[in-house]
Design a binder for this molecule. Structure first.
Ligand code: 5GP
Length: 134
């Protein structure tokens, strides 16, 4: 079954559209964290970021920068977060990859895990580098 975002892309459901390209659509989140919270969505229906073809991932980044500039300008140069919830354990509710642009005039900080133990940072770095595609 098509995701709710695919139904919006196909025009079956309404949205407050901000921008549209051949590959992406951007519209306001219906339940915003802050005013101006905007979603940037590839038209291709894939659940996860790494499933997007590389050219479409690049296109998505270009559109995100364009829309982020507009969101920032519209809110007086507000700082903002760009967030991707990639998979249900990361908080993803709609299984169609999408980035959130969230204006952040509030200055609040998300708590961090803390510091790495001695030697742990090198282990973590090696673990991730070993998984890079050449
Ligand atoms: P996720 O948790 O999957 O990263 O975020 C999904 C987002 O989509 C949520 O912030 C939610 O408010 C938004 N959303 C869900 N359904 C709709 C909808 O029908 N229209 C719009 N504009 N946003 C939606």
């Amino acid at each position: 079954m098509a995701s709710i975002f695919s139904r919006i892309i196909q025009g079956e459901l309404p949205c407050e559209k901000i921008d549209e390209t051949d590959n992406e659509i951007c519209f306001l989140d219906i339940s915003p964290f802050t005013e101006g919270h905007t979603l940037v969505i590839p038209k291709r229906e894939v659940a996860r970021f790494e499933e997007l073809p590389e050219t479409e991932a690049l296109s998505l980044m270009q559109t995100m920068q364009r829309v982020a500039k507009a969101v920032c300008k519209a809110y007086g140069g507000s700082d903002y977060n760009i967030q991707l919830n990639n998979g249900p354990d990361a908080g993803q509710e709609v299984p169609h990859v999408h980035f959130h642009i969230i204006p952040r005039p509030d200055g609040l900080r998300v708590p961090k895990l803390g510091k790495y133990a001695d030697g742990q940072m090198a282990e973590v770095g090696a673990r991730i580098r070993a998984c890079l595609d050449s």
